[in-house]
Write a protein that binds this ligand. Structure first.
Ligand code: ADP
Length: 420
């Protein structure tokens, strides 16, 4: 059986095809070129088919299942034929700040959907901004996440999503339904039907099948978000195992038997089958490192750090004021002083301080009731830094290892493979 995972990340898209044993058979990559947001759906569509066409025909003919992940809270509205009727709002678009009062008024206190970039904030913003055109026919309008819309292009069924993408729309992942406070909003567009990630949605349409040479019976399964896909790719699968993503930001995810939520400290849990993926995201991370050092400098200077010695420099590395987790304070000031003249000492201070923030994050998750931490896999650009891993292991007090697979698309291929 060949399964295909497709990942739509922040800067490009990737596809990974695996066999039943999880061996990678083929990979494809597509970098988004256009910068115009208005044409984003067309770029995504081009990217999707370009990825599929890059795979050898012989392999395509044997693909039995496909799943797609997209960036969380990247959303769009489309008409009853699936044509986008608005410019999509991307994952980091915070214009929802204008509807925070409305959000707080409708959602329960500290709900995970209360945030300027949440899917629900974007929906409310559209309701407010596109009032005239939108209100006249809400029942003909569909609200979808990026992964839902891309999957629709393959299976042709409009209005289907998964409970990873739908968490920040307000979907109740415990009771598996939309809450009443959400459903009673006036002039709602069609909200997607929510399935467990990996559930078969439908077979690829005859048109797509013949265009790409896919076999009859090739099924598209409900997808996920890009960061959960990266978790799935890591190999972590039992409670107490965690994945830290050292990309532009610092993202923690701990597999837990219990669900933990604390919006005041930026903590929330995704459902993962019978378990929970507890986590949070900090604005510290690689973007701060990149501000001061090139990737080449990071590599050479790190090599000169003694990871067994704890740097006394105590920073809170941020590019601008504000963090979400483990301290949720939009005004938290960056702390990057004193700055030693020696760049090795400065980098050591930065890596040590980020490791302290990471350790504090995992402590917080455990204090809130998550399953105790047993080991941490690492994903993202910082994962290759062995010195940093040693510094982190000293603070975390558990083994730190690189993720088994670096590509989110691999995690989504595993999702496509799972039998439900
Ligand atoms: P994202 O997908 O979030 O944009 P990536 O996972 O591609 O990020 O990682 C890029 C980040 O990795 C950059 O911000 C960079 O500073 C950081 N990085 C690259 N090389 C190293 C290194 N050797 N040590 C630590 N961080 C690194």
């Amino acid at each position: 059986m060949i399964s295909l995972g497709i990942d739509f990340g922040t800067s490009g898209a990737r596809a990974v095809a695996i066999d039943a044993a999880g061996k990678t058979l083929a990979e494809a990559k597509h970098v988004f070129t256009g910068s115009k947001l208005a044409t984003a759906p067309a770029q995504w569509e081009t990217g999707l088919f370009c990825l599929l066409e890059q795979l050898p025909l012989e392999l395509r003919q044997k693909i039995e299942a496909i799943a797609i992940d997209g960036t969380s809270s990247t959303v769009l509205l489309c008409d009853a034929t699936g044509n986008p009727i608005v410019t999509p709002l991307l994952y980091n678009d915070d214009r929802g700040i204008a509807v925070m009062d409305e959000l707080r008024a409708i959602a329960p206190p500290h709900h995970v959907a209360i945030g300027a970039t949440s899917s629900l904030a974007k929906l409310l913003w559209w309701q407010k901004a596109c009032r005239g055109a939108y209100l006249c026919a809400p029942t003909k309008i569909y609200f979808l996440h990026q992964a839902d819309w891309l999957s629709f292009l393959l299976h042709g069924q409009l209005g289907v999503s998964d409970y990873h993408n739908a968490l920040k729309l307000g979907y109740d992942v415990e009771r598996l339904c939309y809450p009443d406070w959400l459903l009673k909003l006036p002039a709602l567009p069609n909200l997607p039907q929510i399935l467990a990630p990996g559930t078969p949605v439908g077979e690829v349409t005859a048109e797509v099948r013949s265009r790409l040479g896919l076999p009859q019976g090739c099924v598209v399964r409900a997808g996920t978000t890009d960061s959960i896909a990266a978790f799935l790719a890591s190999g972590a699968n039992s409670p107490g195992e965690a994945v830290t993503s050292l990309g532009s930001t610092l993202v923690l995810k701990l597999l837990s038997r219990t669900r933990v939520e604390d919006a005041r400290s930026g903590v929330y849990s995704h459902r993962l089958g019978d378990l929970w993926l507890a986590g949070g995201a900090s604005n510290t991370g690689g973007a701060v490192l990149r501000h001061f050092f090139t990737d080449a400098e990071l590599e050479t200077l790190s090599g000169e750090i003694d990871p067994n010695y704890e740097s006394p420099l105590d920073y809170y590395p941020l590019l601008k004021a504000g963090d979400r987790f483990p301290i949720n304070d939009p005004h938290l000031p960056p702390r990057l002083e004193p700055r030693p003249e020696n760049p090795v000492e400065f980098l050591h201070g930065l890596l040590e301080s980020m490791a302290r923030i990471e350790a504090r994050g995992y402590q917080l998750l455990q204090q809130l009731g998550a399953t105790p931490l047993r080991c941490v896999y690492t994903a993202g650009g910082g994962a290759k830094n062995a010195i940093w891993s040693q510094i982190r292991a000293r603070h975390l007090g558990v083994p730190v290892a690189q993720s088994a697979q670096a590509e989110a698309a691999y995690g989504t291929a595993l999702l496509a493979q799972m039998s439900c």
